[in-house]
Design a protein around this ligand. Sequence first.
Ligand code: TYM
Length: 333
Amino acid sequence: MSKQQEIVLSGIRPTGDLHLGNYFGALRNFVQLQDAHTCYFFIADYHSLTTHPTPEDLYKNVRRIMALYLAAGIDPEKSTLYIQSDVPEVCELYLLLGMIAYIGELERTATFKDKIRLQPGNVNAGLLTYPVLMASDILIHRSHKVPVGKDQEQHLELARVYARRFNSVYRCEVFPEPEAFAFGDHLVKVPGLNGTGGKMGKSEGNGIYLTDTAEDIRKKVMKAVTDAGPVEPGQTPSEPIQNLFTIMELVSPPDTLSFFRKQYAECTIRYGDLKKQLAEDINLYIAPIRERFGEIIRDSALLSKVAATGREKARASASATLKEVRKVIGFEN
Ligand code: TYM
């Protein structure tokens, strides 16, 4: 299969502005993939309803994510860029896949277990079937590659299970098995700045956002957790320091990283210098996106036009898939 025939799809929830984790785990790869593949990128607004946003917040956040997609370099001429709730075909497939998804496998999903712990007062059915809706997003365009960060790996595994199971129950080949994708040999996990093994996340309160000013970035990085400093030459960095190096590896030139790594190994490093450099390099990376975002978010006509075009293209592909699905199930002859 040529790359142009390969279908790429991914989505982002509109639960707040995007951070470095979203960028390096997902968005940057979307931009690189769009030249050579058939790409669908969307805003997962149905998925964001599990936490009951207000209508005002939902509307505002959807537009901001749309603007961030464009600011980061998604070209609506090359990629189909749409809003999930504009494509109701996804809901029909969600219902149909729900019939072959087992409660046990959904209850065992790590993200579901986390949500039970984090929001015990709101363990809704949408949280349990979240991976089924996500599989519908992916399978509705019969996607092959799904660029995501490490935290989505298990959801992707379920999407593969549902594709296989559907094909086997209905003795058909309607769905390819989608694969989680990243350039390089592993899915990315960008750490937070709070010194733990956790990821940078919107709800973790540890994010550096693509809309942060240079000053915001400097303040956040200078506050990042460190340790008392290396005591033995060549020692392995502790987790908080390794996290800073991991982010530096993404945003800084290689010689900057090796300069600080060498200083660490020789026990001469000053964390203040490391952080100052890191904040500058993050800002250099983010500044062009932030500036383009500032212009695009004011252009309501552009945002509406992109959404309308995306919706047409996405619905055409989605309804073609549903037609086949309905046929193999036996709704149509
Ligand atoms: P969401 O909105 O939480 O995150 C969007 C993308 O950003 C990645 N990401 C990270 N990558 C590396 N390091 C991090 N710290 C980090 N934080 C977030 C996520 O892996 C994701 O790729 N369920 C999805 C949205 C979705 C979807 C889909 C994705 C709905 N349907 C179909 C792909 C295909 C989510 O909540 O992503």
